[in-house]
Design a protein around this ligand. Structure first.
Ligand code: GLP
Length: 241
């Protein structure tokens, strides 16, 4: 595991974008696993800036997102599809047909998850998976207690996650209670994993993830067993490590 200490959020974002752009330059038809949330926004902005300067070409890139709220349509402003379109896809030269997010409108969970697992395997596997870290150690929407062996599945979100994510909705009532998420197994099958973490509020969980026991109660702790993980975290997030 490689840990890069960044000065702050923007330094973290630039370092993470450097790693992603290296991946795209080395393999222009690579498969990127992407994340939502506030952590990757700066990284995506940096990638857009480099694309505008002609330093990056997304024409052959495929992307597979980690998760989506069950019940939200792609054009719902709180959906992860909408987040990805507005924060990245609409602003680079990616072929939208090669950008995948679980289908929030598929009410048959088994079908939604099997379809998504098929998309992941048909893509040839994820070359670089970008991850944020939830305050309770979740990755994607794999909440504490999730079996490490799972592929894409439907989850009941925990109260901590609903509370943390309510800032994006007009009220807590509107936060969906379920989501489709890539499983830990799918995440661990990615060839490389890049985790970005920022802020003092993430310091206690980052310490557990890096130095604590490997346990389903801290889903991200499994990353200790992956052979190609890079953590880019700012000083605040690394303050307890
Ligand atoms: C959300 C997402 C995760 C994200 C995490 C951290 O619930 N499902 O993919 O990484 O929580 O979010 P943030 O980066 O906003 O702290």
């Amino acid at each position: 595991m490689i840990i890069y200490k960044a000065k702050n959020y923007s330094d973290m974002s630039r370092k993470a974008a450097n790693i992603i752009s290296a991946q795209i330059i080395m393999k222009p038809n690579c498969v990127l696993g992407l994340a939502t949330g506030s952590s990757p926004m700066g990284t995506y902005q940096q990638l857009i800036d480099w694309y505008k300067k002609d330093d990056l070409d997304f024409a052959k890139v495929t992307t597979i997102n980690l998760d989506e709220y069950k019940g939200l349509a792609p054009n719902n402003t709180q959906s992860y599809r909408y987040f990805m379109d507005t924060n990245l896809f609409n602003r680079i030269n990616i072929d939208k047909n090669r950008t995948f997010v679980p289908d929030g409108l598929e009410s048959d969970s088994e079908k939604a998850c099997n379809d998504y697992d098929r998309i992941i395997s048909c893509s040839g596997g994820i070359d670089l998976q970008l991850l944020g870290l939830g305050h309770n150690g979740h990755i994607g929407f794999n909440e504490p207690g999730t079996a490490f062996e799972k592929g894409t599945h439907c989850v009941d979100l925990t109260e901590t996650t609903i509370t943390a994510n309510k800032r994006f909705f007009s009220s807590e009532k509107e936060v969906p209670r379920q989501a489709y998420t890539m499983g830990i197994k799918s995440i661990m099958q990615a060839r490389k994993i890049l985790v970005i973490v920022s802020g003092e509020d993430k310091a206690p969980i980052l310490k557990e993830v890096l130095q604590g026991p490997i346990t389903p109660s801290v889903p991200a702790s499994i990353l200790q067993l992956h052979n190609d993980v890079t953590i880019v975290a700012d000083e605040a997030a690394l303050s307890l490590v």
